[in-house]
Design a protein around this ligand. Structure first.
Ligand code: GTP
Ligand code: MG
Length: 136
């Protein structure tokens, strides 16, 4: 671990190591926001109907659809990741074209795979067109 930290430290001091920008894309309800909170190790307290209070992963929270792109900065050792969580609903997909990044992370929920069968070709062609795929 020390060697890895040292290595990234040297790269950073030479200006060769920069923040990595990552886009989380996926259709609505795929779990992008939940994943982002889990990467940040965020948990929520939830009280069950029989009165027990439990600490649960963020995904068990009744999240609301993402209306506007949000970004979070995560650090792992000397590595810094700026993660953009772009909403997946049709009405907010126009934001996708504004963003480009070296790393694209497509979030797909296994339980909802039937929902993807229809949108998948459109999803990838949107990504290619809207995010200027050649630069990703
Ligand atoms: N089963 C299961 N459900 C999950 C998981 N992650 C998130 N969810 C649930 O999926 C639903 C949608 O999660 P979000 O994280 O809001 O999805 P999103 O991709 O950000 O959706 P938009 O903001 O609408 O684009 C929520 O009800 C979560 O509780 C998971 O790993 N497994
Ligand atoms: Mg969201």
């Amino acid at each position: 671990m020390f060697l890895v930290d040292w290595f990234y430290g040297v790269l950073a001091s030479l200006g060769l190591w920069q923040e990595v920008k990552i886009l989380f894309l996926g259709i609505d309800n795929a779990g992008k926001t939940s994943l982002l909170h889990e990467l940040k190790n965020e948990f929520i307290w939830k009280t069950s109907i029989d009165g027990y209070t439990m600490l649960l992963p963020y995904r068990n929270y009744e999240n609301h659809p993402t209306q506007h792109p949000t970004s979070e900065l995560l650090s792992i050792g000397k590595m810094k990741f700026q993660i953009f969580d772009l909403g997946g609903h049709q009405i907010v997909r126009h934001f996708w074209k504004v963003y480009s990044a070296k790393v694209l992370f497509a979030v797909v929920k296994r339980e909802a795979r039937m929902r993807y069968l229809k949108p998948v070709p459109q999803f990838w062609s949107s990504i290619k067109t809207l995010c200027n795929f050649d630069q990703i």
